[in-house]
Design a protein around this ligand. Sequence first.
Ligand code: C2E
Ligand code: CA
Ligand code: CA
Length: 456
Amino acid sequence: METAIILFGALSVALLGALAFAVYTIRKLKEAEKRSVETDEMSGLLNRDGFMHAGRLALERGGDMSLVIFDVDKLGLINTLFGTDRGDDVIGAFAVAINEIKCAGDIVGRVNTDDFALLTGMEPHIAAECFERKLREIITDKDMSEQVNYFAGISRYDGHDDIYTLYNKANLCLLMHPDGSRVSEFTPDMESRMVENELLRSEMLDALKLGQFELYYQPKVSFKTGDILGVEALIRWHHPVKGFIPPCDFIPLAEQFAIITKIDEWGLITACRQCKQWQDMGLPPVKVSVNMSQAQFARTDVYASVTKALEVTGLEPKYLEIEVTETMAMTDVDRTVDVLGRIHELGVSISMDDFGTGYSSLASLKTIPFDVLKIDRSLVCDLNENDTSRRITGAIVAMGKALRMVVLAEGVETNEQSKLLGEIGCDLAQGYYFSKPLPASEIEAMLILPLNSKIV
Ligand code: C2E
Ligand code: CA
Ligand code: CA
């Protein structure tokens, strides 16, 4: 009997021990499973669920926290153009940078394919500066460094928001990135602007179908003869309720969405058709220039659009000019050189817009077959008062001439500016002094009666 009791006791202890071990093992397995469910395999950082979970706990502990989201710019494009290995390298660099700048108590995660989040006790703008320094330290390859860009959105914990609200606010900064700035902080008015933009976006789609867009044309005048040699097509939106909306209020917004490609295609074909129509009316032939946005270039086959527009409208290529900005031309140099080169071979002119802003580098002038150099309005406007602007403009004109380009001055508003630019050696002028952008019908009258009197 005694032996039986001892045996039973030993068995119970062994069973209890086994049970405890099993419970311990299951808990550990569950923890490991949870860790893997909450970890982003590629970066080794917390994934979105993990970040939100850890973030919620951190906010519950209280304290002065801010959320910074770093959004890798054009990761899809990097993957497509330079291969997924390069894309993976970029993600790796972001993961290391964000992990290395975090302080005790901070939480970092990869919350989307191209978004990294930092919940931090640091002053968020300082955290963003540290990130920038660290990232550039990590990316030593010069080519890669040029391809890599990002935007950062900041929201500060106000003691009430939950982690999701905090996240949405930082994310809103990324959607809006006001003034195109790289780092922006959430402000309450962003929410109302976001709603407005959303409305404007859906209205833009309708605007195309309902024919609310119109192209105005601004003459380009020869300094030598005063003849109008070309016109620039500039879009206008006649909104049924808000009235006239200038392009600067909707083009940047359209560029964030696929709608810009539809707008630019419409602009290209409409401008070509108008130019051909003027010729068919027997008016002196002029060249029409069309603005091409960076998004259009990145998302569509611009060469195909140009050939189609010329074919459909019957306009000869020598009467079409495409205006691109330097930033656009330098975004994806190889592809840009190739596409613009082929468009140029068709006989279409290529114009560098807004020269004198941005980098204004010689590199882009050397590699891309630009026919026209447009000196930016910011240089022209203080030409008569500012000696430096005058000297820079003179140097640009000399350089353009040396490269056998036509040099055009934009934003000419006064007779004094016009005189000086003519003396410096500019070929063409465009600006309010000669004419504001006008509807096609008013340009017709000008083509019959040129602006020769303005050139003295
Ligand atoms: P941009 O290509 O640099 O066009 C020149 C802008 O300067 C035009 O503004 C024009 O009206 C304005 N301007 C011309 N002369 C003067 C002057 O003497 N003084 C002043 N103060 N301004 C002058 P607009 O029409 O408001 O267009 C703004 C920008 O919107 C354009 O800058 C261009 O980047 C973009 N844009 C316009 N139409 C289109 C389009 O059809 N497609 C695309 N992608 N962008 C467009
Ligand atoms: Ca332009
Ligand atoms: Ca311009």
